[in-house]
Design a protein around this ligand. Structure first.
Ligand SMILES: NC(=O)c1ccc[n+]([C@@H]2O[C@H](COP(=O)([O-])OP(=O)(O)OC[C@H]3O[C@@H](n4cnc5c(N)ncnc54)[C@H](OP(=O)(O)O)[C@@H]3O)[C@@H](O)[C@H]2O)c1
Length: 236
């Protein structure tokens, strides 16, 4: 039996792409998964260890109320934050409301979730937190003002928490993928080139997460940067 089988993971973005692949990998290890997303109608995980929770992360008060209640009822061993979306363009293209909603969903919600989850982990002197960042957390490019603002911020949160929490037995890791072939690109005017050397599979990121969770609690994978071997982008 897997050492993860007695554990409970909160996985955000569990309805699609990377978060879905991570949930499936955890379920294979008999880990209990509390999934969070806005819409689970597009997936059927059909596993009694999976629990779907519908929550919009741009609603910070709703997210705070929900996670506060969850932490009271269920200790969370692993917090894996994958939820996120892409919004690319010049800064003047976005309304103030769009900017506000985007940063709430893609950055502030991570702080709110951590605010409620970390105290329980500190009490238990154990816990693993993994953020899915991006290569856009390391360098910024054209039309990336919103996306990189959120991802640089998330990276700052991950690095600060890593320092704040290690004395209490909590390890914090950040995975920065390059292009991953997921529905993320359905709404975009670009996507990875068709040759498999141009993209990472969501399952590759899930493998990385499982390896982190199986590693010694005395070491921390601070930051992992993962890129496809080649970088060819298709534009439409
Ligand atoms: N794909 C890539 O090339 C790539 C590269 C680097 C980093 N990333 C990052 O990886 C993460 C996962 O992306 P993905 O590729 O797996 O994309 P995806 O397939 O579109 O999945 C995104 C997930 O986030 C959830 N989500 C988005 N907005 C939300 C909100 N406001 N409230 C709650 N849940 C929300 C979505 O669920 P609902 O729509 O059901 O709410 C979905 O489950 C993101 O943070 C993304 O920035 C992706």
């Amino acid at each position: 039996m897997s050492e993860l089988s007695t554990k409970t993971a909160l996985v955000t973005g569990a309805s699609s792409g990377i978060g879905l692949a991570i949930s499936e990998a955890l379920l294979k290890q008999q880990c209990r998964v509390i999934g969070l997303a806005r819409d689970f109608t597009k997936v059927t995980l059909g596993n009694p260890l999976f629990e779907a929770n519908t929550q919009d992360l741009s609603d910070l008060q709703g997210t705070s109320d929900w996670i506060k209640k969850r932490c009271k009822n269920t200790p969370i061993d692993f917090f894996i934050h994958s939820a996120g979306s892409g919004l690319f363009g010049s800064i003047e293209q976005f309304s103030v409301t769009q900017i506000d909603q985007y940063l709430k969903a893609n950055l502030s919600s991570a702080l709110v979730l951590a605010h409620h989850i970390v105290p329980g982990m500190r009490r238990h002197k154990a816990g693993r937190i993994i953020f899915i960042g991006s290569e856009s957390a390391l360098t910024a490019g054209k039309k990336g003002a919103l996306y990189s603002s959120a991802k640089f911020g998330l990276r700052g949160l991950a690095l600060a928490l890593r320092e704040d929490c290690s004395k209490d037995g909590i390890s914090v890791s950040l995975i920065n993928p390059g292009m991953v072939k997921t529905p993320f690109f359905d709404e975009q005017s670009f996507r990875p080139g068709q040759d498999p050397s141009n993209y990472i599979q969501a399952e590759d990121i899930a493998d990385c997460v499982i390896n982190i969770l199986h590693s010694s609690t005395n070491i921390v994978f601070d930051e992992i940067n993962l890129s496809p071997r080649n970088k060819s982008i298709d534009f439409s």
